[in-house]
Design a protein around this ligand. Structure first.
Ligand code: B12
Length: 474
């Protein structure tokens, strides 16, 4: 039985155009269908990299004639995801259509009410639920009692019981990377590392995050507890990536990669033995000097760290769970061992943030002196505490999901002290003040060292200029 798994097109601003990651979530789902299902033939359509139009989607459908089509969607691309499912359903009204991902997991009933082309919303972790849905579809049965879904019935929407999380993540097969056309992924996996120098894929070595940041939507899928894959299981995947496709750099996209020092040590030792390079996201309170040293020695080229604010008051209110001291130390140590750093900052991570506190963020940015920095306008994603606070205070004017991105739109919300336009102005100002400093430009170009490097950094600088001065917001 054919099952199609789709990633919708991405919102592509200047800052993201050169960046693309493999659709690992869909490749996990496909791998589970192959390993644990009977006669399921999954296909992955990735409209982030494939040509995309209604005509193309319809043609692809006619060619493969799936019984089930599932799409992964964040808040900002729900509308286009619904449109895609509408086109496919009009080709075959019997097609079973599913939506999964953080938005559908947060507010599944509302998602099915607003978007009529999804038959089912899958809440949370998807592998086991998809297996059961496909098993039922294969036998021509309905979906009553399938844990982890919301479905349509003659009497309205029905929420089935929650599905327990997979107890042991080593149960997961390697993502089915053989289902993607590797040649289409030409961008960088992460900003700051030249894609042409690093043949890269992404790894997820754990799921879930125990932290309570009020703006984060990650707990909606995997909950507030972290589950780890074993080092052996991860290294088996790394070996497959090296031997089958020649990947030599790995971007680790976990929320909590460095949480378990014992496991980290084993993974680093495995990476060192293979002579590969890697980068990761982590938290300033989850690293120490020894860990960063070990990471650097095992090929870690870059760490991205969420700082969010230069005000300890805001950090307490947004429940980031870090101190400014921890931030200072983490950046100092990373630089000591030659690791490139990205610092993530936010404006409005708590709606009471003041102009003085935004200025404190800028001062901290300069002090931390990361190679890269991103300032986001905090977005009140459904299911987050920030959403609840802002909704209760009447700050959200309109829930136009397409505007729910950190970088591209004029927000359809305000904070206590800033209007939507002021939020954008502040964001642009911080970007400009950070990236267009002569010290930063000189430091970055000194690092370029080669023509290739120079080309890469010049292009990156141009993208920032394009984002700030040319692109515009809607
Ligand atoms: C890697 C990542 C990215 C990658 C792209 C990943 C991708 N899938 O395409 C990059 C870096 C490009 C990216 C970009 C953005 N991201 Co992002 N990203 C993540 C991150 C760190 C991990 C996602 C992931 O792959 N997890 C691992 C896989 C296995 O989990 P999963 O995707 O949730 O999939 C599982 C289930 O959700 C479910 N499932 C998902 N889809 C489907 C489909 C079907 C049919 C079924 C059955 C099941 C199912 O089953 C899967 C396996 O169990 C998450 C944070 C997090 N911890 O989740 C943020 C996160 C998903 N991103 C987020 C956001 C906001 C963005 C941006 C909008 C930021 C921006 N620029 O403004 C952009 C949007 C890009 C776009 N599409 O236009 C938010 C989403 C919130 C929301 N409600 O929309 C998250 C949750 C972080 C946060 N702020 O809280 N992101």
């Amino acid at each position: 039985m054919k099952v199609v798994l789709i990633r919708p097109p991405k919102i592509q601003g200047a800052l993201e155009r050169s960046m693309v990651q493999h659709p690992i979530n869909l490749l996990y789902l496909a791998a589970a269908l192959r390993q644990y299902g009977r006669d399921f033939e999954p296909e992955v359509w990735d409209f982030e990299v494939e040509k995309f139009s209604e005509k193309i989607a319809r043609e692809k459908f006619r060619k493969s004639r799936p019984r089930v089509a599932g799409i992964t969607s964040m808040t900002c691309n729900l509308k286009i995801s619904d449109a895609v499912m509408g086109w496919l359903k009009s080709e075959d009204p019997q097609l079973i259509t599913l939506v999964g991902g953080p938005h559908g997991s947060a507010i599944p009933e509302r998602t099915l009410e607003e978007f009529k082309n999804f038959d089912l919303a899958v809440v949370g972790e998807g592998e086991q639920t998809l297996l059961e849905i496909c098993g039922r579809a294969q036998k021509g049965e309905g979906f009553e009692g399938v844990a982890g879904i919301i479905r349509r019935t003659a009497d309205g929407l029905k929420r089935e019981p929650a599905r327990p999380l997979i107890p042991e993540l080593d149960w997961l097969p390697n993502p089915a990377r053989d289902l993607m056309d590797h040649a289409l992924y030409r961008g960088a996996s992460t900003p700051g590392l030249d894609a042409t120098l690093h043949k890269t894929t992404e790894l997820f070595t754990s799921r879930g995050c125990p932290e309570q940041c009020i703006f984060c939507a990650s707990h909606l899928v995997f909950g507030g507890k972290v589950r780890f894959r074993s080092a052996e299981h991860i290294l088996k995947e790394v070996d497959e990536c090296i031997t089958r496709w020649g990947y030599r750099h790995f971007t680790i996209d976990d929320d909590t990669f460095t949480y378990n020092p014992g496991r980290l040590e084993k993974i680093c030792s495995g990476f060192r033995g293979r002579g590969i390079t890697w980068d990761c996201d982590t938290r300033v309170n989850a690293v120490n000097r020894d860990m960063l040293k070990m990471m650097a020695e095992s090929g870690c080229k870059k760490v991205a760290l969420g700082v969010e604010s230069g005000s300890q008051r805001v950090l307490a209110l947004n429940r980031k769970g870090i101190t400014l001291e921890q931030a200072r130390n983490a950046f100092k140590w990373a630089h000591e061992f030659g690791i490139i750093t990205t610092a993530f900052f936010m404006i409005g991570s708590h709606p009471s943030e003041t102009r003085e506190e935004v200025e404190m963020s800028f001062k901290l940015m300069r002090e931390l002196d990361p190679e890269l920095m991103a300032v986001s306008i905090a977005v009140p994603y459904p299911g987050t505490e920030l959403y609840r606070i802002m909704k209760a205070q009447g700050y959200i004017f309109e829930e136009n999901w397409e505007k729910y991105t950190h970088l591209h739109s004029i927000p359809s919300w305000r904070t206590e002290n800033f209007s939507p336009r002021e939020l954008v102005k502040l964001q642009n100002r911080l970007f400009r003040r950070f990236f267009l400093r002569s010290r930063f430009v000189v430091k970055t170009f000194k690092k370029a060292l080669s023509w290739r490097g120079l080309r890469y950094y010049s292009r990156s600088l141009w993208q920032i200029i394009e984002y700030l001065f040319i692109e515009g917001r809607n």
